[in-house]
Design a protein around this ligand. Structure first.
Ligand SMILES: Nc1nc2c(ncn2[C@@H]2O[C@H](COP(=O)(O)OP(=O)(O)O)[C@@H](O)[C@H]2O)c(=O)[nH]1
Ligand SMILES: [Mg+2]
Length: 312
């Protein structure tokens, strides 16, 4: 894979972009158990703060009794200010509104209504910090609709603005889970979509240190990952390895430079809004189609790539 680096990103340059921000973005990490989501949060925090203070507990170990992978992260966990502690943020003069990272328990590689419901609730900001995800899954499994009944209110500061899908290069790509995420995060504009927003997706392949990149199967796996996410490798993708020693490669900052670009925004789906949110517009026609324009800033170059979800 050919990479052209035209400038050097740094934590300072990334932070500067948020100086004029007026709200905090929430970036949700999604993937299967053991994909490396929590380790990725620690890598991001270390890369931006310059400190090796690990906050997200990691390690999905095999259970000695049933051989199944045990989840380490069981709750929805908010890492405010990219996980950088307040003292360090002050020392570094970090702007107030830098993104929060949201870690969650690993999801199964299935495309199911229950799973989509859970994702939908999280994306819309209905699930509070530190809620047990397995408990929510259990609740909905036992009694369909109970998630909606128990968490009816959207809390705007908890809404998700970007999704980082994390997968391990050592395992098959969880294409069904990816499809579930896309079904919810990138609605097709039909009134049945509860989440009326188009949320940008980013992809990260972890554990690149454990596979052979000369192997065509691994390269095909990477291609499948990009295709199933529907993302472009230059603007929305990276691969790296999370290191327990806290060292990170320069790829981390290059990727954060893309992920943490405030120009990439959630775009409201007007049809969803007309049907779901505003009773004043209830009887109007759906002539106002969603046009999703996602602009990726390329560092300090003047050029930008513009994407339109409806191909227009
Ligand atoms: N070698 C290697 N191990 C990793 C990497 N990322 C995560 N791990 C290990 O994989 C295991 C699962 O990681 P974790 O972050 O807990 O996965 P999560 O379930 O997605 O949160 C842990 O033992 C990590 O140390 C990586 O890039 N390379
Ligand atoms: Mg975890």
């Amino acid at each position: 894979m050919k990479k052209e680096y035209t400038y050097l990103p740094s934590a300072r340059k990334i932070f500067q972009r948020y100086e004029r921000a007026s709200h905090t973005e929430n970036i949700l990490l999604v993937g299967t158990v053991g994909a490396g989501k929590s380790a990725t949060i620690n890598t991001i925090t270390a890369a931006l703060s310059g400190e090796k203070k690990y906050r997200a507990p990691i390690g999905a170990l095999l259970s000695p009794t049933d051989g199944q992978r045990k989840r380490t992260t069981t709750h929805l966990m908010w890492y405010k200010g990219c996980g950088i502690d307040e003292v360090r943020r002050k020392e570094m003069h970090v702007p107030k509104y830098i993104p929060n990272l949201v870690d969650m328990t690993g999801l199964e590689n299935v495309e199911s209504r229950e799973q989509e419901k859970l994702l939908e609730m999280i994306l819309m900001g209905k699930i509070p910090d530190e809620t047990s995800i397995p408990a929510l899954q259990d609740m909905e499994r036992r009694n369909t609709g109970s998630l909606n009944r128990n968490f009816p209110f959207t809390y705007n500061p908890r809404r998700i603005h970007k999704i980082l899908f994390v997968a391990s290069a050592t395992e098959p790509i969880p294409t069904k889970l990816i499809q579930s995420v896309r079904n919810v995060a990138q609605p097709d504009g039909s009134p049945s979509n509860y989440n009326p927003r188009y949320i940008p997706l980013f992809g990260l392949l972890t554990k690149e240190d454990l596979v052979d990149w000369e192997d065509t199967d691994i390269l095909n796996r990477e291609r499948e990952f990009l295709q199933s996410l529907g993302i472009d490798e230059t603007t929305s993708y990276s691969r790296w390895h999370n290191s327990s020693s806290g060292d990170f490669s320069c790829k981390v900052l290059y990727f954060l430079d893309k992920l943490m670009s405030p120009e990439v925004r959630v775009v409201l789906d007007q049809i969803g809004i007309l049907h779901r949110c505003d009773p004043i517009f209830e009887n109007q026609t759906s002539s106002c189609r969603c046009i999703c324009v996602v602009v990726f800033s390329k560092g300090n170059e003047d050029t930008c790539d513009v994407y339109n979800s409806n191909g227009g």
